[in-house]
Design a protein around this ligand. Structure first.
Ligand SMILES: C[S@@+](CC[C@H](N)C(=O)[O-])C[C@H]1O[C@@H](n2cnc3c(N)ncnc32)[C@H](O)[C@@H]1O
Length: 192
């Protein structure tokens, strides 16, 4: 059976850009608020893919570590970084198996869901650091084409963040038809 790494390598090799070169609209929407909240500029991009969000953050002065299982995605991101004169620490990691390390002011998790990783994403945040999370919710059609465990249930993302020491600065579920999405900005307790 094809592994996740092989599947994503095939997808990234098959087209110029799988999710496009532009950063996530949610990241663009929230970045000014994030920058006003965080004290430092160390960022971690979880399952960075081809690095579109890492590149955006690096261009804004963040020192970015970008993790993904796909070497093809990482190589494409690294090439873009070189072309744009940016330094990003791209690392091949299986997030199902390898623990998160380091301390970050910002962690981003876009279009990727391992529920059990959320505690570690919060643990690697510095006090007062911010986690941006944005991923897809299930619909009957998506349940036929996607692995069900990779899709959020309505109301679930807010529950997943309940009980941690910090603030849910922002939460929304947008039902835009084919691809409904849940988003959270969580700020870890600490110096404000
Ligand atoms: C839909 S893409 C999202 C890419 C990126 N976050 C973005 O929004 O542009 C999902 C990513 O998860 C990565 N991935 C899947 N399983 C993984 C795992 N076990 N460890 C690390 N990355 C994984 C894939 O290689 C792919 O790049």
């Amino acid at each position: 059976m094809e592994t996740d790494r092989e599947k994503w390598n095939r997808r990234y090799a098959s087209q110029d850009s799988y999710l496009g070169r532009a950063p996530s609209p949610f990241l663009k929407r929230m970045i000014n608020q994030v920058e006003s909240l965080v004290r430092g500029r160390k960022a971690l991009d979880i399952a960075c893919g081809e690095g579109r969000n890492s590149l955006f953050l690096a261009e804004r002065g963040f020192q970015v570590t970008a993790l993904d299982i796909s070497d093809t995605g990482l190589e494409k991101g690294a090439q873009q970084a070189t072309d744009r004169g940016l330094a990003i620490d791209f690392r091949r990691v299986d997030l199902d198996r390898q623990a998160l390390t380091g301390c970050y002011d910002l962690v981003i998790n876009f279009n990727f869901l391992i529920r059990g990783l959320i505690p570690a994403e919060i643990a690697v945040l510095n006090p007062g650091g911010v986690l941006l999370f944005d991923t897809i919710m299930e619909t009957p059609a998506l349940l036929l084409s996607h692995t069900p465990s990779y899709l959020l249930r309505p109301g679930e993302l807010e529950q997943l963040f309940a009980g941690y020491d910090g603030d849910m600065v922002f939460h929304e579920e947008s039902d835009n038809g084919e691809m409904p999405t849940a988003r959270v900005m969580f700020r870890k307790a600490g110096p404000h």
